[in-house]
Design a protein around this ligand. Structure first.
Ligand SMILES: [Zn+2]
Length: 217
């Protein structure tokens, strides 16, 4: 379920997630962007501002038709991609995009992540698919990513990076971190002859186990 939060709390959380991506080694410099659903629009990180200089006020509200508020900064060049996913996926409340190293290596090699470990399932399906290439910042890229992410919470973007769309920001960040780890594991197995994949039945068992995993509150 999408966690409801007021706008100022969401702005703070977006800044925290952008900084956390740097701390966790998922991003560098001004790459990557984060958004969260906010009313009938979305809040998204601004274009070209390094996370250490980001403030809650610099996060940009993008409303219907891509309209921003007067005096706001320019939204991330990938705002269409964020808006497209949020529009098509009512179960999603936050989108995280990064160029984390191992996910990007696989994305540049045209290799989706197969079901090689049960933790691949944190993204809500047995694999992590690969969205076809399109130029960054374009409507075409937004459409290709949204088409690839009809189900599940993560996809690779060909020759570009990783995208995670999840019910809320904290979960999106956690999934991005785990999928980057799975990308590294897959990359490692490719160096020693390739992975032994889990079967559909084994992954189905894993999804059943996920249902009883962790603390119930
Ligand atoms: Zn990017």
């Amino acid at each position: 379920m999408t966690r409801q939060m007021d706008e100022s709390a969401l702005r703070e959380r977006i800044v925290r997630v952008m900084r956390a991506m740097i701390d966790k080694g998922l991003n560098r410099g001004t790459t990557g962007n984060v958004s969260a659903r906010c009313g009938d629009g979305l809040l998204v990180t601004p274009s070209g501002i390094a996370p250490e200089k980001l403030t809650p006020d610099s996060v940009v509200f993008v409303g219907a038709g891509g309209k921003t508020r007067e005096g706001s900064l320019k939204p991330s060049s990938e705002w269409r991609m964020h808006a497209g996913i949020l529009a098509r996926r009512p179960d999603v409340g936050a989108v995280v995009h990064c160029h984390s190293r191992f996910a990007t290596i696989l994305a540049c090699a045209g290799k989706p992540i197969p079901p090689l470990h049960y933790m691949v399932g944190v993204a809500g399906r047995p694999d992590v698919p690969l969205a076809p290439y399109a130029t960054f910042g374009t409507e075409e890229l937004a459409e290709r990513v949204a088409d690839t992410l009809k189900e599940g919470f993560a996809c690779l973007m060909a020759n570009h990076g990783l995208l995670v769309a999840a019910p809320h920001l904290d979960r999106a960040l956690a999934i991005a971190e785990e999928i980057e780890e799975q990308a590294a594991v897959y990359w490692g197995t490719l160096a020693i002859g390739g992975p032994t994949l889990l079967t559909d039945a084994q992954m189905a068992d894993n999804f059943r186990q996920f249902g009883s995993y962790g603390q119930k509150r």
